[in-house]
Design a protein around this ligand. Structure first.
Ligand SMILES: Nc1ncnc2c1ncn2[C@@H]1O[C@H](COP(=O)(O)OP(=O)(O)OP(=O)(O)O)[C@@H](O)[C@H]1O
Ligand SMILES: [Mg+2]
Length: 235
């Protein structure tokens, strides 16, 4: 469903992504793990169309999408829940959701938004309040709700668990599994490697901009060096 071939990203002298190739199949949950500065967010931003790669091909549902604008990628079914949520705190909860529905019209907008309010009672009761009144966990749900409104075929999530309490992290991952069960493919970037490997079927380890390793989550979890570096286990 999504295929990235030989992608490079440069920010001036910084070579943030080096010859990276990854794929996400239909109905798959794929994770990308790696330490700070490995290039995970850069990869997702390039897929969402907000960062321009210096080389590489991006295909989505059989079509090359390099030249697609960011809004058109969302319209095609590829949606990013960005790192740090990026919700608009000076807008209401409902207005934030409306942003996710910008490619829809009339009654479709209303029904997409209502389905999110049906799902998240905490958001429904605050629909006309500023998003700034929401807790961190509620803001993350709003960010995911905004992405859901766009009816994605593939949802990319960048560090969704960051800053959430353990209970909220659990709820969040239940939601991710539920979205997957509804047929949405997931590309999950997580620093919580244990949780990522528990949730996904396959994964990639990014290190200093390159794919150091890839495989099924069982293969990755069994790797000694990986366990030492990312799972906090000394072997
Ligand atoms: N807009 C930018 N301009 C210049 N350099 C950048 C920019 N964004 C990222 N970088 C650099 O590119 C490299 C990869 O950053 P990126 O944010 O993609 O990593 P990451 O894996 O998401 O890290 P983190 O775990 O901290 O979120 C880093 O060296 C970072 O400093
Ligand atoms: Mg990042």
């Amino acid at each position: 469903m999504l295929k990235v071939e030989n992608m490079d990203i440069r920010y001036g002298a910084i070579h943030a992504l080096k010859n990276v190739s990854i794929s996400v199949g239909e109905s798959e949950i794929v994770t990308v793990v790696g330490s700070n500065g490995a290039g995970k967010s850069s990869l997702l931003r390039a897929l969402a169309g907000t960062v321009k790669p210096s080389s590489g091909k991006i295909s989505f549902r059989g079509e090359k999408i390099n030249s697609f604008s960011a809004p058109f990628r969302v319209k095609s079914g590829l949606t990013l829940v960005p790192e740090g949520r990026q919700i608009f705190v000076s807008m209401s909860v409902e207005e934030n959701l409306l942003l996710g529905a910008h490619s829809q019209t009339g009654p479709e907008v209303k029904s997409s938004i209502e389905s999110i309010f049906d799902r998240f009672g905490n958001l429904a009761s605050r629909r006309h309040q500023l998003a700034s009144v929401l807790s961190g966990g509620e803001q993350q749900m709003l960010a995911i709700g905004r992405a859901m409104v766009a009816k994605p075929k593939l949802m990319m999530l960048d560090e969704p668990s960051l800053g959430l309490s353990p209970i909220l992290v659990e709820q969040l991952f239940e939601l991710i599994k539920e979205l997957h069960n509804q047929g949405i493919s997931i590309l999950l970037v997580e620093q919580n490697t244990k949780l990522a490997l528990k949730t996904a079927q396959r994964g990639y380890v990014l290190e200093l901009g390159s794919v150091r390793q890839e495989g099924t989550v069982d293969e990755l979890a069994a790797d000694k060096l990986l366990a030492e570096a990312y799972l906090g286990e000394s072997v």
